[in-house]
Ligand binder design. Structure first.
Ligand code: KIV
Length: 272
């Protein structure tokens, strides 16, 4: 059997083909081997190892403290948990600040994790980084709208594209990223009508999060989807399960069982 025939993992070509056929693309985040395996088995096409790792798994207030080593460790685990899904790794804060830094970060990620693509946050300013990686054969997903790595500049987490200049800026950014060679673009927390217009205008697929139903695909943070959080999830997610509740109940029963078993009497210490 040829090596080619054994490759079953979805590629950027499959993702483009899906979008062209009109079938929506299902993407979710994962940060570890078990969760990635479950998403893969359930038919998710793209597993994103988002730098939301920082908030969701590592307990930081923002994504800014996440390092390239953090992303590499978790992306390797996710890749090992999947056989079919395309795996995309976020380049964390500061690791795509110019084209050469972005290239060395992306090379480290692809070589050390096995994943197939990276995601870079930012509008038109990110286009030179996207172009540099694409010229080296590295697929890049763009990310515009709410870009959490820029939270301090943005001044918070809010919906984007609310007025005409803001909408035009998003449309221009999406076009620049497409022209730079991005294979898809995440549209995060953008006014749904603007996200729909961007989706219409582009040839590459858009993947929406909190941006309405008309994107070519959808992405969510897995913990928000399944209700596995100790902090409140963003308002636009409607959890489909209460995994945190299941865990609290199971652990509560375990604690009660442990405590109900009669304790062996502790020996009196020998005197003298
Ligand atoms: O870091 C992340 O999880 C993301 C998704 C929300 C798109 O960038």
């Amino acid at each position: 059997m040829s090596v080619r025939a054994e490759i079953k993992r979805l590629t950027t070509r499959d993702i483009r083909a899906l979008a062209r056929s009109g079938e929506k693309i299902a993407m979710l985040t994962a940060y570890d081997h078990v969760m990635a395996g479950l998403l893969d088995q359930a038919g998710v096409e793209i597993v994103l190892v988002g730098d939301s790792l920082g908030n969701v798994v590592l307990g930081h207030e923002t994504t800014l403290p996440v390092t390239l080593d953090d992303m590499i460790r978790h992306t390797s685990a996710v890749y090992r948990g999947t056989t079919r899904a395309m795996v995309v790794c976020d380049l964390p804060f500061g690791t795509a600040k110019d084209p050469e830094t972005a290239l060395s970060s992306a090379i480290a990620v692809l070589q050390q994790t096995g994943c197939q693509a990276v995601k870079i946050e930012g509008g038109g300013a990110a286009a030179p980084m996207v172009a540099r990686l694409v010229a080296q054969g590295i697929p890049v997903m763009g990310h515009i709208g709410l870009t959490p790595q820029s939270v301090h500049q943005l001044g918070g987490y809010y919906r984007h594209g609310k007025d005409v200049p803001a909408a035009q800026e998003l449309i221009a950014a999406a076009r620049e990223l497409q022209d730079a060679g991005a294979f898809a673009i995440v549209l995060e927390f953008i006014v749904p009508e603007v996200a729909a217009e961007i989706t219409q205008l582009l040839d590459i697929p858009t993947i929406g999060i909190g941006s309405g139903p008309d994107c070519a695909g959808q992405v969510l943070v897995i913990n928000d989807l399944i209700g596995l959080n100790v902090r409140p999830a963003p308002g636009f997610t409607k959890p489909k399960a209460d995994v945190a509740g299941i865990i609290r109940k199971a652990v509560g029963e375990y604690v009660a069982e442990v405590k109900a078993h009669p304790a062996a009497k502790a020996k009196e210490p020998a005197v003298g």
